[in-house]
Design a protein around this ligand. Structure first.
Ligand code: UGA
Length: 435
């Protein structure tokens, strides 16, 4: 199949590359000429395990290419995927559809023969209707359809999530729209992956509902973790005990410093606005957002408490900065409010992250950066593990502690066994576990 993907951000780049790896011919389009030039010279703008190699393979096989030439690419395309960003509007949390509308108008200008437009960007319910109306307004006689096909990939595991998804959701109103899309996915994902075909509005809502539910699940276990700390119970065992019930499931029950990233915060806010406008408020999700914000801010308080109630003049080391491992994404990362609150309380903050430093330097200009965990620990009064990078699991705790001014370690992700920390002589805090 011939596929055009509009937008070479996270979703567009991974989807396009994976479609190409499955033998389809893919042209990825972006208006950012510099980005396209850099992609064409083999530079991948995001850190995603395995992606750089896959892009190189796709380009070499002649299946994947990048350009700015939407107009000349559309006539040959069986599918035009829209995967531009729909960030939250800073002012009110609604989804900002500026890029989506611009991409739609550009596509409309170049429509010639029959075209199937597939929206992959996460959008409020009713957006595909708007896209259809917008195109009709520009080209009343155009032969096109608009479908919605949400993406459920996670940063860090995006390639396997795309190629081996739990399900594929196709939203469209007519069989002749969904039939070709169904065929495309049959030629892309394993045969046993369920493909659910629904109407467009339902598909739009499935995407928001999935992210809101997962954000709520994480927030729920975070609140239980807090309770465990008060009651001397262990959240790891509670999560295991409830997760063995298949109705609950064992995923997304790892307590931590609060969810971040480019999706959960944005999508929960957008869904709340959508529901309020529909006069059907989602109070559980409203509370999830509030509880999560409070939790991120609470973490610095735990550090201060472990440092005897005062961090003035002390040096605190943050181990991990990105919102989760295997990404360089700092968006809405709990590390940001933690660092700010500690500096406000008079501490100096030092940090180390395997991939996030470039962005962190921009966002946290007053933080000092260290090249590895041991350089980070040198002379620190406390080290706080914020992001659970795999490499941190192998840290030599004895060596780390020996470098520190005070052997205090807060494990906000449950990476280290509390017994190992005690054995290495640390005064420690482990999220959701007995003191
Ligand atoms: C999320 C969804 O998981 C994807 O299915 C979806 O496609 C994506 O958003 C999107 O809409 O594009 P992502 O933001 O990459 O993916 O990250 P997750 O792995 O879902 O983690 C989100 C946050 O929850 C992170 O801050 C993570 O640390 C936290 N989390 C997750 C926990 O604290 N505990 C858990 O058990 C799981």
């Amino acid at each position: 199949m011939q596929i055009v993907v509009v937008g070479t951000g996270y979703v567009g780049l991974v989807s396009g590359t994976c479609f190409a790896a499955c033998g389809h011919t893919v042209r990825c389009i972006d208006i950012d000429e510099k980005k396209v030039a850099s992609l064409n010279s083999g530079h991948i703008p995001i850190y995603e395990p395995g992606l750089a190699e896959m892009v190189a393979d796709g380009v070499e096989a002649g299946k994947l290419s990048f350009g700015t030439d939407l107009g000349s690419s559309i006539p040959d395309a069986d599918f035009v995927f829209i995967a531009v960003g729909t960030p939250a509007r800073a002012i009110d949390g609604y989804s900002d559809l500026t890029y989506l509308r611009a991409a739609t108008d550009e596509i409309a200008r170049h429509l010639t023969g029959r075209t199937l437009i597939v929206v992959k960007s996460t959008v409020p319910v009713g957006t595909c209707d708007e896209i259809e109306d917008r195109i009709r307004a520009v080209k009343p006689a155009a032969d096109f359809d608009v479908a919605f096909n949400p993406e459920f990939m996670r940063e860090g595991t995006a390639i396997s999530d795309f190629l081996n998804p739990d399900r594929v959701i196709l939203g469209g109103d007519r069989e002749h729209v969904l039939g070709p899309l169904h065929q495309l996915y049959r030629a892309t994902v394993p045969r046993d992956v369920p493909v659910q075909m629904v109407n467009r509005r339902t598909a739009e809502l499935i995407k928001y509902t999935a992210n809101a539910f997962l954000a709520m699940k994480v927030t729920f276990i975070n609140e239980i973790a807090e309770l465990c700390e008060k009651l001397d119970a262990d959240v790891v065992d509670v999560a295991k005990g409830i997760g063995l019930d298949t109705r609950i499931g064992n995923k997304f029950l790892e307590a931590g410093p609060g969810f971040g990233g480019s999706c959960f915060p944005k999508d929960t806010n957008a869904l709340v606005r959508l529901a309020q406008d529909a006069e059907s408020p989602l109070r559980l999700i409203e509370t999830t957002i509030d509880v999560n914000e409070i939790r991120k801010r609470q973490m610095a308080g735990k550090v201060i408490a472990m440092c005897g109630g005062d961090v003035r003049g002390k040096t605190i080391g943050l181990l991990g900065l990105t919102f989760k491992p295997n990404t360089d994404d700092m968006r809405e990362s709990p590390a940001l409010p933690i660092a700010l609150a500690l500096m406000d309380a008079g501490a100096s903050v030092r940090a180390h992250d395997p991939e996030g430093v470039r962005e962190a330097q921009r966002l946290m200009p007053d933080v000092e950066f260290a090249d590895d965990p041991y350089a980070l620990a040198h002379g620190c009064d406390a080290v706080v593990l914020v992001t659970h990078w795999q490499s941190f699991k192998d840290i030599d705790l004895g060596r780390l502690g020996a470098l520190m001014a005070e052997k205090v370690l807060l494990d906000l992700r449950g990476v280290f066994a509390p017994e190992d920390l005690a054995e290495a002589g640390f005064a420690s805090y482990s999220v959701g576990r007995p003191a």
